[in-house]
Design a protein around this ligand. Structure first.
Ligand code: UGA
Length: 433
């Protein structure tokens, strides 16, 4: 099939590269000429394992091209994927201005039998609005479908190629058949292709993310209770997870969720609820608990050192909101670092991928170091992201280079008892000190 993907950001690029890889003829379109020029030269502007190779391979094979020319990309396409950004507006709702201008731009060039598909996360009802706009612009009823994405940063190619399920929201069954054909190479393992209305598909995306965020805030709250009551959240997690109704996944306590999806989507669903006269008590609590959780390490630091950290050097391992990405949007590490700087501490930070992004935000306010170098003269180490590099460091070397052997582990990477035996003062999340 001939596919146009509008918006060459994270979702658009992954979608375009994967559909090209399954043999389609894909054109990725973006209004950002710099980005398109870079992509034409094989430079992928984001860090995502396997993406650069996939783009290069399919571009060389002639199945994946890049352009700023919307008309040329859209006119021959059977399917047009809309994958533009829907950032959070001031009131928490999704800002759809990029989506509306794309709908306007594609309308004059759409083939009569083309299918327009929304891939971006959009508020419930957006699909219906696009349908109405296209009817107004073209004078006919165009096929508009919703196909939410469930990709995780750092595992996006794998998630696209081996999805747990594919969800599509359509008005006509024929449109579902076209999309099923497109996805059939990725559904060989009998994973379900689920067809529903566009509204249900839009809602499915928000409900999935809101439930995952809820699991995280819930386990974080329980971890905090364990700390005060003397339990160990790791044991509790094992104790509950074997109940097949509960399971183990997404119940790792930590320093709160970040990234471009959970915080934004929970707030967008909250805003939507408000617009429909509902008070979403659960969603509000999930966001509030998460915001508080981002301060969990600073509270432990203050309890240990007092509120004034002037003269103290604090090492921070892990700046990205999670491993295998350079993304620092809503990253708990930034909240901690700003708190440390406000209290006069010197910060020495390490991250395998996110340093450039943090430097763009914080400049020279902190020192950017190699992993062990960050510990030199440090009065404490804070671990914010569970990068593999941090799982088994040379503990003897750590004791040697640190000024004080104090570790605040926001990701529960080590055994408390062993850390104590090694000579560290070790604080983690939801476990006895
Ligand atoms: C999330 C969803 O997992 C994807 O299914 C979805 O497609 C995507 O949002 C999206 O809407 O685009 P992502 O934001 O890439 O994906 O990251 P996750 O791996 O889900 O992690 C999100 C945050 O939750 C991270 O900060 C992570 O550290 C935290 N987390 C996750 C925990 O604190 N505990 C856990 O048990 C799991």
């Amino acid at each position: 099939m001939k596919i146009a993907v509008i918006g060459s950001g994270y979702v658009g690029l992954v979608t375009g590269a994967c559909f090209a890889d399954s043999g389609n003829d894909v054109t990725c379109i973006d209004i950002d000429a710099k980005k398109i020029e870079a992509l034409k030269k094989g430079e992928v502007p984001i860090f995502e394992p396997g993406l650069a190779e996939l783009v290069e391979h399919n571009a060389e094979a002639g199945r994946l091209t890049f352009t700023t020319d919307t008309a040329a990309g859209v006119a021959p396409a059977d399917v047009i994927y809309l994958a533009v950004g829907t950032p959070q507006g001031d009131d928490g709702s999704a800002n759809l201005s990029a989506m509306w201008s794309v709908v306007k731009a594609i309308a004059p060039h759409l083939r009569e039998d083309a299918v327009v598909v929304t891939k971006s996360t959009v508020p419930v009802g957006t699909n219906a609005r696009i349908f109405a706009m296209l009817k107004e612009f073209t004078g006919r009823e165009c096929d508009v479908a919703s196909n939410p994405e469930f990709l995780k940063e750092g595992a996006a190619i794998e998630d696209f190629m081996k999805p747990d399920r594919v969800v599509v929201g359509v008005r006509r069954p024929e449109v579902a058949e076209i999309l099923q054909q497109l996805y059939s190479p990725f559904l060989r393992t009998e994973k379900p292709f689920i067809v529903m209305s566009p509204q249900s598909a839009e809602m499915t995306k928000y409900v999935a993310n809101a439930l995952l965020a809820t699991k995280i805030s819930f386990i974080n709250e329980m971890a905090n209770l364990c700390e005060r009551m003397g339990g160990d959240i790791n044991d509790v997690r094992r104790g509950i997870g074997h109940d097949s109704r509960i399971g183990f996944s997404f119940l790792f306590p930590g320093v709160g969720y970040g990234g471009s999806c959970f915080p934004k989507d929970v707030r967008a669903l909250t805003a939507m609820s408000g617009e429909h006269g509902c008070t979403p008590a659960m969603l509000l609590a999930v966001d509030e608990v998460n915001e508080r959780q981002k301060s969990v390490l600073s509270e432990k630091l203050a309890a240990h050192f007092g509120d004034d950290l002037a003269g103290k050097t604090i090492a921070v391992w892990g700046l990205a909101f999670k491993p295998r990405t350079d993304d620092i949007r809503e990253a708990p590490a930034l909240v901690l670092i700003r708190w440390l700087l406000e209290r006069g501490a010197k910060v020495r930070a390490h991250d395998p991928e996110a340093i450039d992004n943090v430097r763009a935000e914080l400049g020279d306010a902190i020192a950017y170091c190699r992993r062990m170098e960050a510990l030199e003269g440090a009065d404490a180490l804070c671990i914010l992201t569970e990068w593999k590099d941090y799982h088994s460091p040379d503990f003897a070397e750590m004791l040697h280079v640190m000024n004080q052997p104090v570790v605040f582990d926001g990701r529960n990477l080590y055994e408390s008892e062993r850390m104590r035996r090694r000579g560290f003062c070790y604080h983690s999340i939801g476990r006895p000190p």
